[in-house]
Design a protein around this ligand. Sequence first.
Ligand SMILES: *[C@@H]1O[C@H](CO)[C@@H](O)[C@H](O)[C@H]1NC(C)=O
Ligand SMILES: *[C@@H]1O[C@H](CO)[C@@H](O)[C@H](O)[C@H]1NC(C)=O
Ligand SMILES: *[C@@H]1O[C@H](CO)[C@@H](O)[C@H](O)[C@H]1NC(C)=O
Ligand SMILES: *[C@@H]1O[C@H](CO)[C@@H](O)[C@H](O)[C@H]1NC(C)=O
Ligand SMILES: *[C@@H]1O[C@H](CO)[C@@H](O)[C@H](O)[C@H]1NC(C)=O
Ligand SMILES: *[C@@H]1O[C@H](CO)[C@@H](O)[C@H](O)[C@H]1NC(C)=O
Length: 316
Amino acid sequence: MFFLILLVFVLFNSHGLVSSLNNEGFALMSFKQSIYQDPEGSLSNWNSSDETPCSWNGVTCKEQKVVSVSIPKKKLYGFLPSSLGSLSNLRHVNLRNNRFFGSLPAELFQAQGLQSLVLYGNALSGTLPNEFGKLKYLQSLDLSQNFFNGSIPTSIVQCKRLRTFDLSQNNFTGSLPDGFGTGLVSLEKLDLSFNKFNGSIPSDIGNLSSLQGTVDLSHNLFTGSIPASLGNLPEKVYIDLTYNNLSGPIPQNGALMNRGPTAFIGNPGLCGPPLKNPCSSSTPSASSPSSIPFLPSNYPPQDLNNNGGKTRKEED
Ligand SMILES: *[C@@H]1O[C@H](CO)[C@@H](O)[C@H](O)[C@H]1NC(C)=O
Ligand SMILES: *[C@@H]1O[C@H](CO)[C@@H](O)[C@H](O)[C@H]1NC(C)=O
Ligand SMILES: *[C@@H]1O[C@H](CO)[C@@H](O)[C@H](O)[C@H]1NC(C)=O
Ligand SMILES: *[C@@H]1O[C@H](CO)[C@@H](O)[C@H](O)[C@H]1NC(C)=O
Ligand SMILES: *[C@@H]1O[C@H](CO)[C@@H](O)[C@H](O)[C@H]1NC(C)=O
Ligand SMILES: *[C@@H]1O[C@H](CO)[C@@H](O)[C@H](O)[C@H]1NC(C)=O
């Protein structure tokens, strides 16, 4: 009798007839099923015979709970399933440079401990849900080089810990939400370039004293004058305002001072130093310095499909 039971046990186990995979493993198996192509076999060890997903490629657990799913640059072709949101301890999602399409599943925002969501260089589309504001721990949001559209949800200003915010090279429209600069107090990196944002540049962006590197608002449809408060940004910050529809004099203070004309070109209505068309002249001439031919002929990059164009990001 005992032998029989043992035999049955051994048979069941060795043939995987008894699946003891935990719930989080099942959630990730459904992620695997939403991937139609995995040409490099990156998910080949995602095996439902395992008890937990913790040994699977790209999966990191802490105390047997999945905290990170990181599978960058693997040519994965598929969509993002709602089941990812059921990973209650999920903190990091990095699926950059794959071929994911479709929209962000609303359920993803149930993973409220999410600290980083890095999805750049895919073919994702649709709008950003207002649920973003629920992600109180979000520090890094990089959705660049996709096909997202619509406007930035107003709730984003509740993401007080957000340090990296990169929406560049998408199809976003609308104006920046009220309180953008007042709310995102931790912001260190801001790149909204190559979209269709319009309206004026909020003056409270000048209060974001942790910003570093380039604050890139270029290649959008921003209108109105440049708020003098932008000059309050740290002196080392480079503010790229090129190719918008800004107008009026360029404030000459702080971080806006001592810039060459290259930070401002492509805005026919801007005047005064460092541009050569004086503000008094209401009709800039055809040879106006606002169209200085400083740029290489392949600039601006037009190909939003991840080839060429802007330097590809390769950091991990
Ligand atoms: C999953 O693991 C079981 C047991 O280790 C093995 O027999 C089976 O071939 C594996 N399945 C896949 C798809 O790799
Ligand atoms: C952006 O939207 C326009 C239509 O509004 C469309 O023609 C274009 O292909 C879209 N571009 C991207 C990169 O999604
Ligand atoms: C976003 O793009 C989709 C598909 O191109 C379109 O149907 C939808 O109206 C767009 N939404 C917004 C807010 O532009
Ligand atoms: C911004 O563009 C949208 C259409 O995408 C338009 O409805 C809205 O009025 C514009 N806002 C401003 C301030 O120009
Ligand atoms: C933003 O900075 C200005 C001065 O630079 C200050 O008057 C204002 O109170 C600040 N706003 C917030 C919300 O901190
Ligand atoms: C640029 O701004 C001016 C007003 O300053 C407006 O009349 C014009 O329509 C805008 N152009 C675009 C392409 O938004």
